[in-house]
Design a protein around this ligand. Structure first.
Ligand code: GDP
Ligand code: ZN
Length: 320
């Protein structure tokens, strides 16, 4: 970094004239929310500081680690974005890619008996996680409402067989929440899924003081009693973090190619190199090892069918 090491030291003549923050004044912080024009940064003492960013930093996301400098009053300015270990994105306006959350470890894909499970969407999320190098898990919530438990468990078995942790929960009765907490411990996770499956109910059940924390953030941002609906990172009482991102139901196939989608089906990977042609699309192609594996029961036929549908979806969207 081309910065002078001490307070008031000589400026590096080659440095950006705006880049004059002495290194010693910079503190590390964690972006916990976007608030209007600013960012809520948690400092090393666990306090929230409202910060502005430099334009050149580009898109800073919740979960990012940054270096920031205290400014007048109780506010600060973000000077540097520290390297990320992961970044989840979604398509935004004007075909722009928007960041959703940084430094995530795991996405919990939530389904429920109502609204009716959309397994195509589940597979889409899982493929996007594979592409981003994120761990995932499948959560069936509202298990208290499920009449045919055996049916649900057999669908989950397909996912468990290919290595995805699966948890059944009820935000209402508390069933399965211990298992969910154990899965989240020491990680940064986000819940994804259709609206109405119980993502906010689960988040509230995991975070008893969520309301208070949200209120504190809103007051910090000068929003008064109006609570923010922005993506927010919360620390879980038992360790680990959860990023609550209301309204971000869709993320995923942005930036993914047909190749990425095929390897996003993790059970396909073993077969991909065995197809007769190396430009195989794994649909009706001659000598396709993936299709043959599905037809002979080596990989799940349901997942394979959904892969073909998702590939169609990418094509219809003009992305391939
Ligand atoms: P979100 O849109 O995914 O955040 O879903 P919400 O958390 O808003 O929940 C949608 C509806 O499902 C609400 O009426 C909740 O009370 C209800 N709900 C959430 N979790 C459960 C559950 O485990 N069992 C039952 N019976 N209802 C639930
Ligand atoms: Zn193939």
């Amino acid at each position: 970094m081309a910065k002078s090491p001490g307070n008031g030291g000589p400026r590096n003549p080659g440095a950006d004239p705006l880049d004059r923050t002495p290194l010693a004044a910079l503190q590390e912080g964690l972006v916990v929310s976007h608030l209007g024009q600013g960012l809520a940064i948690e400092n090393a003492a666990g306090e929230i500081v409202l910060c502005h960013t430099r334009r050149r930093l580009g898109n800073v996301a919740v979960g990012d680690r940054v270096l920031w400098e205290p400014m007048d009053g109780s506010q600060g300015r973000v000077e540097e974005l520290l390297p990320r270990r992961s970044l989840l994105t979604r398509p935004g306006h004007n075909a722009k890619i928007r960041p959703v959350a940084a430094n995530l470890d795991r996405v919990l894909v939530v389904v429920a008996p109502t609204p009716e499970p959309d397994w195509l969407l589940v597979d889409q999320y899982l493929a996007a996680c594979e592409h981003r190098g994120l761990a995932a898990a499948v959560v069936v919530n509202k298990i208290d409402r499920v009449e045919n438990r055996a049916g649900v468990l057999s669908v989950l078995e397909d996912y468990r067989a290919i290595g995805y942790p699966c948890v059944t929960t009820s935000a209402k009765s508390g069933e399965g929440l211990e298992e969910l907490r154990a899965l989240l411990a020491g990680q940064c996770a986000m819940l994804a899924g259709q609206s109405g499956v119980g993502k906010s109910s689960l988040t509230n059940a995991l975070l008893p003081d969520k309301q208070l924390r949200t209120q504190a953030l809103s007051e910090k941002a000068g929003l008064g009693r109006h609570t923010t609906t922005a993506a927010t990172l919360y620390h879980l009482p038992g360790g680990g973090d959860i990023i609550d991102s209301p309204g971000v139901a869709v993320f995923g196939l942005a930036e993914m190619t047909a190749l990425d989608l095929a390897s996003g089906y993790r059970e396909f990977r073993h077969w991909l190199a065995r197809c007769q042609f190396n430009d195989c699309r794994h649909t009706g192609d001659k000598g396709c090892a993936v299709r043959e594996a599905a037809e002979t029961g080596r990989i799940g036929m349901e997942r394979y069918r959904r892969f073909v549908k998702l590939l169609d979806k990418l094509q219809l969207a003009g992305r391939l």
